[in-house]
Design a protein around this ligand. Structure first.
Ligand SMILES: NC(=O)c1ccc[n+]([C@@H]2O[C@H](COP(=O)([O-])OP(=O)(O)OC[C@H]3O[C@@H](n4cnc5c(N)ncnc54)[C@H](O)[C@@H]3O)[C@@H](O)[C@H]2O)c1
Length: 388
């Protein structure tokens, strides 16, 4: 297996720089990073340590200046890697005012450059752009049509994804932005590429899946679930705009009824699964979340569970991004094509047909995928996005 080259859109954001620092750590201080990867036990060491990083960002700060400003990591965790980090090939993206097709063309040239510079690596495109308003491009049946429809609004994710697919590069969509339109999935299938997403399941939603699965396994009935998040990083500031947060809120809500097999709040005539995200600057990347879970047991007797999470957004997200790069490189090598719903363990809204929903199902699906990747034999199943 070749080591992955992570080609990241949004490379100097909070998650991007933490991934870059982790990549640097994997070369020289593996004990800082490898214990927190879920793939390290089956990926060969030369691929783990050979991993590298490139990409784009609109920011003109250096990676080190970005890390200093974000204050996610103590300086001693990245200071020794300053030469590597500031030597990374991170480019400015095409100007947003350029015609859509021209943006794809320029990004296509960048992808070609990256591939030529690292011929012994397996390129994987990682989308870490900010959350944006949803766009419906489902009816587009050709690249020309998609270019025309996408031209008037600002949806930067799409030119990156199309240029990646044109270059034979698998795609990881870590954002809540819906990019998996039928035409995009068709392009991935035609190009023989795997594509996974959507919206990294890093903290609160990860534990919600675990707890909901555990309560369901005991036939305890969930009457309501109230979730509150506060965070103070750029992602949190961006999500303060309800139009940009709506995809994320949907991804943080929709899965619960699917796990449980009934509508939470059905007896009230409306959903009692409530999720809100508030921007609260003092917290920076150290997000806090609270959950109140009202449920009932034998004779309908009510009980309640309180959860308080004090997490670090990018510290949780970065190893998952690295893991997903390894998954995509391994699955691409194994011949897996199209959407990969079995990676539901990593995503709030796993795209593809019948993604596993309970925690147990997600772990089982991952174990099966690992077997497939280790054997190097893909099932060549062309999966398309299924329900919603
Ligand atoms: N941190 C988590 O736990 C988590 C979990 C799930 C999803 N996500 C998603 O991952 C994404 C990244 O999160 P983040 O905290 O790093 O966000 P961020 O706002 O810190 O980073 C986004 C970066 O993208 C850059 N950017 C903006 N437009 C660009 C363009 N056209 N081309 C290239 N770069 C551009 C910005 O300059 C910024 O550096 C967000 O969409 C977020 O919602 C994060």
């Amino acid at each position: 297996m070749k080591p992955p080259l992570l080609i990241v859109a949004g490379a100097k954001g909070a998650v991007g720089t933490t991934v870059a620092a982790a990549v640097a750590g994997m070369k020289e201080k593996t004990a800082d990073v490898l214990p927190w990867l879920t793939t390290a036990h089956w990926i060969p060491f030369h691929a783990l340590s050979g991993i590298t990083f490139a990409g784009w960002d609109t920011s003109d700060k250096s990676v080190i200046q970005s890390l200093d400003g974000q204050a996610i990591l103590p300086v001693e965790k990245y200071r020794d890697h300053a030469v590597f980090l500031d030597g990374l090939d991170i480019r400015l993206p095409p100007a947003p005012a350029l015609p859509f097709r021209e943006q794809v063309r320029l990004l296509d040239c960048d992808f070609r450059d990256f591939k030529a510079a690292w011929p012994d690596h397996h390129p994987v495109f990682i989308n870490l752009l900010p959350a944006c308003e949803a766009h419906d491009l489902d009816k587009c049946r050709s690249l020309e049509e998609i270019s025309d429809v996408a031209q008037p609004f600002r949806f930067p994710d799409l030119p990156y994804v199309l240029a990646a697919l044109q270059n034979g590069i698998p795609v990881v969509n870590f954002t809540s932005n819906r990019i998996e339109f039928p035409l995009v999935v068709d392009e991935a299938v035609k190009a023989g590429l795997p594509l996974c997403g959507r919206d990294g399941k890093t903290g609160q939603t990860y534990l919600k899946v675990v707890i909901a699965s555990a309560l369901k396994a005991r036939n305890l009935y969930i009457d309501g679930w109230y979730s509150l998040n506060i965070l103070g990083n750029d992602d949190g500031r961006n999500l303060a705009d309800p139009r940009k947060a709506s995809g994320k809120l949907d991804n943080k809500t929709a899965f619960l009824d699917t796990i449980l097999g009934y509508r939470v709040g059905e007896r009230y005539g409306h959903s009692t699964h409530r999720v809100s995200i508030d921007y609260y600057a003092p917290r920076g990347d150290c997000k806090e979340a609270w959950d109140v879970i009202d449920f009932s047991g034998l004779f309908g007797m009510p009980m309640s569970l309180r959860l308080n999470l004090q997490l670090r957004d990018s510290i949780l997200a970065a190893p998952m991004v690295v893991d997903l790069a390894f998954w995509m490189a391994a699955l691409h090598t194994a011949g897996r094509v199209g959407l990969v719903p079995e990676l539901g363990f990593y995503f709030k809204k796993a795209v593809g047909d019948d993604p596993p929903v309970t925690f147990q199902d997600q772990m089982d699906a991952l174990a099966r995928l690992e077997k497939l990747s280790r054997s190097g034999k893909g099932d060549r199943t062309c999966l398309r996005e299924g329900k919603g």
